[in-house]
Design a protein around this ligand. Structure first.
Ligand code: NAD
Length: 249
């Protein structure tokens, strides 16, 4: 087994629950040291870090600019390098699309801050470390977790879908700006079975009955898609729709 100092290092935001945990577990299994992160669940983060091994936890509120900078700094300091950034943390707000009044400017600002500005600012903070990783011989890699709602006019709410569409466009713009040192891609999940979506009965039924794969994704399905992008030496600027084929129907 490689010592931690030789392992490539990945920072996975929002990785104490749902999709983020599955991505973190997968990366450790594939030989990465992983920096776990969440907004508030410090105990869960530290327990998960000791369970995984080759992992450490850092708390940060990604709505706050100084926390974003501190997170990247602490992550890079842990093992002296940063090779992969997975921008997984995100927030949603369920609002019927026809209820325009409920989509207040406060909700628009909050979702844009956490789902678009935070991933962009983390990339900006991480850029020097990721370029240094490329100088060691392999392009560094950023994966943004967006949503099928950012590709099709669907999703929990219009502000959520618009923020994820913006994140997809930021992904392509950054892929152009940061190549060839840093590859930038996104995974755009459809419905994923996480505690967040456990009560979304209509969506569960839609995926069971209409999607070609006849089920929602598991967090491990999304982690597998992320890993494919991390392992590539060539793919950049891609938005990998991971919705079991629902978009075809
Ligand atoms: P989740 O609620 O389990 O995880 C979200 C994570 O984001 C948590 O760890 C939380 O701590 C973190 N987070 C939220 N706001 C934060 C803040 N201000 N500062 C720091 N961390 C913050 O949800 P999930 O379903 O695992 O979602 C993960 C990602 O996948 C999100 O970006 C979400 O939009 C996206 N996604 C989820 C689904 C789905 O069906 N579950 C579908 C498409 C896209």
């Amino acid at each position: 087994m490689r010592p931690d100092t030789e392992r490539p290092v990945a920072l996975v935001t929002g990785s104490t629950s749902g999709i983020g945990v599955a991505i973190a577990r997968r990366l450790v299994r594939e030989g990465y040291a992983v920096v776990l992160h969440s907004r508030s669940s410090t105990d869960a983060g530290n327990i998960l870090a000791s369970e995984l091994g080759h992992a450490a936890y850092v708390q940060a509120d990604l709505a706050l600019e100084h926390d974003r900078a501190r997170l990247v700094q602490e992550a890079a300091d842990l093992w002296g390098r940063l090779d992969v950034l997975v921008n997984n943390a995100g927030i949603s707000s369920v609002i019927p699309h026809a209820d325009l009044g409920a989509a207040t400017s406060g909700i628009w600002h909050e979702l844009y801050e956490v789902n678009v500005i935070a991933p962009f600012r983390l990339v900006a903070e991480a850029e020097p470390y990721l370029r240094a990783a490329a100088r060691r011989g392999r392009s560094a890699c950023i994966v943004n977790i967006s949503s099928h709602a950012g590709v099709r006019p669907k999703g929990a709410s219009i502000p959520y879908a618009a923020a994820k569409a913006a994140l997809n466009h930021v992904t392509r713009l950054l892929a152009l700006s940061l190549a060839p040192d840093i590859r930038v891609n996104a995974v755009a999940p459809g419905l994923v079975d996480t505690p967040l979506t456990a009560n979304w009965a209509a969506a569960q039924q839609l995926w069971r009955e209409r999607s070609p794969m006849r089920r929602a994704a598991s967090p491990d399905d999304i982690a597998q898609a992320v890993m494919m992008l991390v392992e590539s030496d060539y793919l950049t600027g891609e938005i990998l729709l991971s919705d079991g084929g629902l978009n075809l129907t």
